[in-house]
Ligand binder design. Sequence first.
Ligand code: NAD
Ligand code: WQD
Length: 372
Amino acid sequence: MLDIIDIKILDFRDLIESNSNTNLDANFSLHLAYSMKKILVTGGSGYIGSHTVVELLDAGHDVVILDNLSNSGVGVVQRIETISERSVKFIQGDIQDEALLDELFKEHSFDSVIHFAGLKSVAESVAEPERYYQNNVVGSETLFNCMQQNSCNELVFSSSATVYGEPESVPISEGAKLSATNPYGDSKLAVENVLKELNSSNPEWKISILRYFNPVAAHASGMIGEDPNGIPNNLLPYIAQVAVGKLDRLAVFGDDYPTPDGTGIRDYVHVVDLARAHIAALSCIEEGQSPKVYNIGTGQGYSVLEVVQAFEKAAQCKIPYVLEPRRPGDIASCYADASLAMKELGWSAAYGLAQMMEDHWRWQQLNPNGYQ
Ligand code: NAD
Ligand code: WQD
């Protein structure tokens, strides 16, 4: 870090001496040099993490990935490097391993941490609540303690729209009532609360909590994307596997919701847009007495049947489906008021539903069996 800043300060002085008209460029490189960060990305070989690492590398940051590979493969790292034409250090390890974390912080003097590592299946969390608490909550606390001990106090945390439970109204703004309806949601709320306490006890922390709505799609190269284990739970991976012939038909869970076509409405957001929200959050991050919380969605909701139609258009095929009863725990409608992210981070989603479907389909076609 210091090396880069020193070099750029020299450039800056040279430029001023040689030509006063170049002040703007020089200021820009000085700004860039100050903006470059050394970042620990936990869960960086996972779906959202891998896309964010690509964006971080593109923005010039240095990245170390820490991932225990419980839900990803090491092969993704090579693909990240191919896309970004930069190298990235990968460490296989667990956020619950205090000694490993301490060693990493001492070796790398990280400026910031982006914390994706976590288990994310709602159904699995109902079956194994203790495992979810241990991994997601205790693991996060171990990470935050280690950050504190090593004077790294800049953090972006992956939260979820699941913390809104059954929303009283839509669009949902950050101030809406919070409630968890399953152990996965409990774990996200618990970590948000830990972060609030941490920040109020030490306002030097700079914390941004991003509440993602429904991440979908893949990098435009088709080289990285979502690779769920077994039969997908989520809508988009399921549709894509029907399209590629791995699954017979989609089950549409419920057509009797109080929505225009009776099927559930969600706010699908392109994973590259989502990744870029982390870059925006990092560049705007500041000290304060409480973490900054942002909804990351498009602000536009689509029904299950609208998504099916959009995918059919992108993939030029029919997606056979059957109507089934509602899935327990599902809600009718969930979409973001994403205006705060626009106002304070200058972030808004660039990609619409058609692009999301095209990119998701490209990834699925090029990688019918995921990373295998
Ligand atoms: P993912 O499973 O693809 O990525 C998570 C990564 O974390 C995986 O590579 C996994 O191996 C790793 N990991 C899990 N526990 C770990 C541990 N203890 N130590 C080290 N590594 C560990 O999931 P994703 O979709 O990329 O989600 C990333 C984050 O965003 C998660 O925290 C998730 O809860 C949150 N989130 C995801 C969604 C979604 O729908 N995908 C929505 C909202 C929030
Ligand atoms: C979307 C819509 C389903 C599958 C989940 C988690 C949430 C967050 C994102 C992490 C709903 C319908 C789905 C299928 C269907 N993850 N559907 N047939 O439930 O909004 O959110 O992922 O934080 O916490 O709960 O996403 O993609 O599963 O469902 O009809 O086979 O598609 O009923 O209306 P969901 P999803």
